[in-house]
Design a protein around this ligand. Structure first.
Ligand code: NDP
Length: 525
C-alpha cells in the first residue's frame, strides 16, 4: 500500500518510489476549473508564439537540449525514483531519445513549416497558383502514461511547440514529478510559462482536459481508456491521436541467429520490467529451434539482476504499481492452469520490495490464454512453436492489437517478405523496441493499437492543420463557370467536358470546338 500513489482526501496526490515505497511528494490535484483556466491562459499566449519566427522557436529547442543535457543525470535519477527504471535505461530510453527528438525538430522544422507549392493537374486551373500552408492547431492537450513518463510527453511537447502550438499536459497520476521536471527544463530554456503547463491529477483531470477548449488531443494509454477518450472527443469533434496498447509478436525463423535472438527476446520482454507498449508480448519460435531457444533463454535469465535501479548493477527494476503486478499474476496463473510450462520466475519478489515480479519464462502457450490475447505489461516472455512462415504470420496477425512486431532471420529478403504480411504499425528485423528511439521513424499502430502517428515528420504533421491558399493569376477576368447559364452555355459546357475527357480523340476535338462558346457566355452576370 505504501507504494501506491493515489488521491488522498482534499484532492492531494501522493507520489511514491515503486522500488521502496518511500513517499516522494504530495501534490495538489487540479480542479476542472483550474484545468480550464490553464487552457485559457495557453490560448491567450499561443497567437504570439505562432507568429514568433521559426528560427526563434528552434533556438528555444536548442537551449532545451543544452539544459537537458546538463541535467541528464538528475532527470535519469528522478525517472528511477518515481517510475522505477534503472538509471542507465532511463538515460538510453528516455533522456537520449528526447535529446534526439529535439535534434530532429531543430533539423527539420524550417523545411517542414515552409509553404509548399501545389502544382495543378487540371489545365483550366493553371490560371491559378496554389500552395499548402501548415498552421498550428492552437492548444494541444497531451494525456500521457506512466511507462515512458518523460520521453512520451516531451517528444509530443517539442513537436507541438516548434510548430507554434501551446501545450497543456496531464501526466499519469503515478509520474507527476517527472512531468513537472519537463516543464522546469523548458522554462529554464526560456519558454514563456503559459505555453507549457502541467495539470496534475487522476483520470478525471484528463477527462476535464478533453472537455476544456483545447484544439487537439494527443492521448497515449491503454485501449480501454483510449476508447473512452475517443468517445468523449468525438462528442465535441475534437481531433485526436490515440497511441494505445500493444501485444507485439516476435517471430524467430529457422535460420535465425539463436544467440542474438535470445538476448533480443529477453531485452524485448523484460526492459522497463516489461512495461513497454512495444514489449515482446508473444514469442513464436520455429519448431526446429524451439527447445534450444527456451534452454538458452533460461540460462541467460539466470544472469539477470533484479533490484532497485538506482544501483548501477540492476538490469530490471520493480513494476510501477501493485495493480499492474496483479494483472501479470492473473495472466501467468491462467496460462499455467491451462497447460503452459513455467520455466523460470512466476512469482513476486517481496524480499526486494513492494512491487517486484521475477522475470518469467513460459513455454507451450496458446491463444486460449489471456496471456496471448490481452496486454500483460509485465516481465513475462511467453513462447510458442510454429512450423511454417505462413503459420507464423497467421499467429502474429491473430490479435486485436497491431502496434509493432519483429522478425528474426539471417535472410533480409525473407524477413522483408514476412514484414509485408504482418499487420502492425512497425516491423523490425532482428531487433525490438529501438524503433522508438529513431527520431525520424513514425510511431503508431494498426487495429486497436491506435489512430494517427507520433515521432518524425508524420508526428509533426499531427500538430498542424493544412491550409490551402489559392491565388488567381487573372484577377481581372470573370470566370467562364460563373453565373449566366442557358442552353448555348450548357452545350458549350458539354463540349468542354468532352474536350477534356471523351474516350475518342475525334470526340475530344469536336468538344474543343463546341467549348469555345464558354468564352462568349452571353448571359454573364
Ligand atoms: P491508462 O490508459 O490507464 O492511462 C493513460 C492516461 O490517461 C493517464 O494519464 C490516465 O490518468 C489518463 N486517464 C485515465 N482515465 C481517463 C479519462 N477518463 N479521460 C482522460 N484521461 C484519462 O494507461 P497507463 O497509464 O496505465 O499506461 C499504460 C498503457 O499505455 C499501456 O496499455 C501501454 O501499451 C500504453 N502505451 C502506449 C504507447 C503507444 O505509443 N502506443 C506508449 C506507451 C504506453 P491516471 O494515470 O492518472 O489514471
Amino acid at each position: 500500500m505504501a507504494s501506491e500513489a493515489k488521491i488522498a482526501s482534499g484532492g492531494t496526490l501522493l507520489s511514491h518510489n515503486p522500488a521502496t515505497g518511500e513517499l516522494l511528494a504530495e501534490l495538489e490535484c487540479a480542479t476542472p476549473e483550474e484545468v480550464r483556466s490553464a487552457v485559457l491562459r495557453a490560448k491567450t499566449a499561443q497567437p504570439q508564439w505562432q507568429t514568433t519566427p521559426v528560427s526563434e522557436r528552434v533556438a528555444l529547442l536548442r537551449r532545451f537540449q543544452n539544459v537537458l543535457s546538463e541535467r541528464r543525470d538528475d532527470v535519469a535519477r528522478l525517472l528511477c525514483r518515481e517510475a522505477g527504471k534503472p538509471v542507465a535505461e532511463a538515460l538510453a530510453t528516455e533522456v537520449m531519445v528526447v535529446l534526439d527528438a529535439a535534434q530532429f525538430c531543430i533539423r527539420h522544422a524550417h523545411e517542414f513549416l515552409r509553404d509548399k507549392p501545389l502544382p495543378h493537374g487540371n489545365i483550366v486551373m493553371n490560371i491559378k497558383r496554389g500552395k499548402l500552408v501548415r498552421e498550428p492547431y492552437g492548444v494541444i492537450g497531451i494525456i500521457a502514461p506512466w511507462n515512458y513518463p518523460f520521453s512520451i510527453p516531451a517528444i509530443e511537447t517539442l513537436g507541438a511547440l516548434v510548430t507554434g502550438n501551446a501545450v497543456v499536459l496531464k501526466p499519469s497520476e503515478l509520474t507527476s514529478l517527472i512531468a513537472l521536471e519537463l516543464r522546469r527544463i523548458l522554462l529554464a530554456a526560456g519558454l514563456p510559462p503559459d505555453l507549457m503547463q502541467v495539470v496534475v491529477g487522476e483520470g478525471p483531470v484528463g477527462a476535464a482536459l478533453i472537455e476544456s477548449p483545447i484544439d487537439k488531443l494527443i492521448f497515449t494509454g491503454s485501449v480501454g481508456t483510449g476508447k473512452r477518450v475517443g468517445e468523449a472527443a468525438a462528442r465535441r469533434l475534437l481531433p485526436v491521436v490515440l497511441e494505445l496498447g500493444g501485444k507485439d509478436p516476435m517471430i524467430v525463423l529457422d535460420d535465425a541467429n539463436l544467440e542474438i535472438a535470445t538476448s533480443g527476446a529477453l531485452w524485448g520482454a523484460f526492459m522497463n520490467a516489461g512495461q513497454t507498449c512495444l514489449s515482446v508480448e508473444r514469442c513464436y519460435v520455429h519448431r526446429t529451434l524451439y527447445e534450444p531457444f527456451l534452454e538458452m533463454c533460461k540460462k541467460k535469465m539466470a544472469r539477470l539482476r533484479i533490484g532497485n535501479g538506482i544501483d548501477s548493477e540492476a538490469d530490471i527494476g520493480p513494476m510501477i504499481h501493485e495493480r499492474q503486478l496483479r494483472i501479470v499474476e492473473e495472466h501467468v496463473n491462467d496460462a499455467i492452469q491451462q497447460g503452459a510450462r513455467l520455466l523460470a520466475g512466476g512469482r513476486r519478489m517481496t524480499e526486494l520490495g513492494p512491487n517486484y515480479y521475477a522475470p518469467t519464462l513460459l513455454a507451450d502457450v496458446t491463444h486460449d490464454m489471456r496471456l496471448m490475447r490481452e496486454e500483460t505489461f509485465g516481465p513475462v516472455l511467453p513462447v510458442a512453436p510454429f512450423d511454417s512462415d505462413e503459420q507464423a504470420i497467421d499467429l502474429a496477425n491473430n490479435s486485436d492489437f497491431g502496434l509493432a512486431a519483429s522478425v528474426w532471420t539471417r535472410s533480409r529478403r525473407r524477413g522483408e517478405a514476412l514484414a509485408a504480411k504482418i499487420k502492425a504499425g512497425t516491423v523490425m528485423l532482428n531487433d525490438v523496441i529501438s524503433c522508438f528511439g529513431i527520431a525520424d521513424a513514425p510511431h503508431g499502430g494498426f487495429k486497436h493499437s491506435g489512430i494517427g502517428r507520433t515521432h518524425g515528420e508524420l508526428g509533426l504533421q499531427e500538430m498542424v492543420q493544412i491550409k490551402y491558399v489559392d491565388v488567381d493569376l487573372l484577377p481581372g477576368v470573370r470566370k467562364p463557370w460563373w453565373f449566366g447559364y442557358g442552353r448555348p452555355y450548357q452545350q458549350a459546357m458539354e463540349g468542354f467536358v468532352d474536350a477534356l475527357f471523351a474516350v475518342r480523340w475525334g470526340a475530344r476535338l469536336k468538344g474543343l470546338l463546341r467549348s469555345v462558346g464558354l468564352l462568349r457566355h452571353p448571359n454573364r452576370i
